[in-house]
Design a protein around this ligand. Structure first.
Ligand SMILES: Cc1cc2nc3c(=O)[nH]c(=O)nc-3n(C[C@H](O)[C@H](O)[C@H](O)COP(=O)(O)OP(=O)(O)OC[C@H]3O[C@@H](n4cnc5c(N)ncnc54)[C@H](O)[C@@H]3O)c2cc1C
Length: 372
């Protein structure tokens, strides 16, 4: 059977695959993109779209910082729906507030502007917060975007730079013949060339040697209430929920959409494998949000939904060559930070693919860390 040849075959068109395809096509590579569903219709469509520097792991901070810098290039792009609301981390008590100076130091060392906020200032910034909170940490340059629209934009830009989209097709088999990688699509089409697997939670179907768990999350969006909320608000204990291994957890995490709607999150569950909305989990998540912002109780909810975060055992994405395979690459496993880190991940992948030295150390994300 004849095979169509490419310089890079990107499997999966979520925010990660489309970022990689866009970066590769911009460098003049002949790119194929394979996607069975809507562009950005997987985890990407479920996301909050918060662009945030996470500083509790040096590798995560390096990748988020690098990516936030890349996101600035899209700050005025209508398709990104970029809104620079800033992030305000809220302390419930003195013990939580005690971590703020260390976080400011870590973020500052990575050149992320951050300020301590005293209690009075906290209520000036967000008057609807519950009384009795203990100040916070403001990261003023952070922003939110609309992830599925951005993924679509990146896929279209890649196509305008020559990429071919195999829409409605999935990769059913990876192989190797005559010194090159082969990808067999479900309609029998065969593609050949260096291959990048960016299938998020579905990674084990094609690369079972790379462990991945899907971590369910719920979100809720309200009707329009302009002026109720000004910043993306998170509780300072959020990282415990995000990085902890608890089977289920909730954390206060709310976002003002540019439309005036309020996006309320978030939950994390390992053992829930169905995509149905769980009323019990929504209630638990909302009770957490109401503790921090009681007036949210008065608002009208419009929609709730779920999504799955692609989660590796150590919480870091797999970015790099698949060990033991020739010209087979992977970019997947970004858990709750894939929107934030998509653009930096794509830069890193392109540098590795083209044999250049990446701007940040790729070692912490190398897939070889999980397989000998
Ligand atoms: C509730 C929730 C809130 C979140 N909030 C944020 C946030 O605020 N900020 C942030 O940075 N991140 C957030 N995330 C995380 C973010 O959504 C993910 O990390 C990111 O979307 C992962 O992107 P991806 O491209 O790897 O996966 P996906 O978007 O799932 O894309 C993978 C694609 O691969 C395709 N695919 C699968 N199998 C095949 C195959 N065999 N052949 C071809 N294609 C295939 C799928 O159809 C899919 O389109 C959130 C996630 C959830 C669930």
């Amino acid at each position: 059977m004849s095979s169509r040849c490419y310089d890079l075959i990107v499997i999966g068109a979520g925010i990660i695959g489309t970022s990689c395809a866009d970066a590769a096509a911009a460098e003049g590579l002949r790119v194929a993109i394979v996607e069975p569903g809507p562009i950005g219709g997987g985890s990407t469509a479920a996301a909050m779209g918060h662009l945030v520097a996470m500083d509790d792991d040096p590798a995560e901070l390096a990748l988020t910082r690098y990516s936030l810098h890349e996101w600035e290039l899209f700050a005025s792009l209508p398709e990104a729906e970029f809104s620079r609301c800033g992030t305000l981390w809220v302390a419930r008590n003195e013990a939580e507030a005690r971590v703020i100076p260390a976080r400011i130091a870590r973020l500052g060392a990575a050149k992320v502007e951050a300020h301590a906020i005293d209690t009075q200032n906290l209520y000036e910034l967000e008057p609807a917060l519950a009384p009795g909170l203990y100040g916070g940490l403001l990261v003023p340059r952070e922003a939110v975007v609309y992830p599925p629209r951005m993924a679509l934009y990146l896929a279209q830009r890649a196509q305008s730079n020559g990429a071919t989209l195999y829409a409605g097709r999935s990769a059913s088999k990876l192989g190797h013949a005559a010194g090159t990688d082969q990808v067999l699509l479900d309609d029998g089409t065969q593609l050949s060339g260096p291959t990048l697997v960016a299938t998020g939670c579905a990674l084990p179907t094609l690369l079972p040697q790379l462990p991945m768990r899907a971590r369910k999350g719920h979100l809720l969006i309200t009707e329009r209430y302009p002026g109720v909320l000004h910043h993306q608000l998170l509780e300072l204990g959020y990282a415990d929920s995000a990085h902890g291994d608890a089977d289920s957890s909730v954390a206060f995490n709310v976002q003002p959409r540019p439309t005036g709607q309020i996006l309320i999150g978030s939950s994390r569950e390992f053992s829930a494998t169905d995509s149905a909305v769980s009323p019990a989990m929504v209630r638990r998540m909302l009770e957490r949000a109401f503790d921090f912002m009681p007036s949210l109780r008065q608002l009208q909810a419009l929609r709730t939904w779920t999504g799955f975060r692609p989660t590796t055992p150590d919480g870091r994405p797999y970015l790099g060559a698949v060990p033991g395979q020739n010209k087979l690459w992977v970019a997947a496993g970004h858990e709750g930070l894939g929107v934030t880190t998509a653009l930096g991940s794509a830069r890193l992948m392109l540098d590795l693919l083209l044999g250049r030295t990446p701007a940040i150390d790729p070692a912490p994300y190398a897939p070889s860390r999980v397989i000998a």
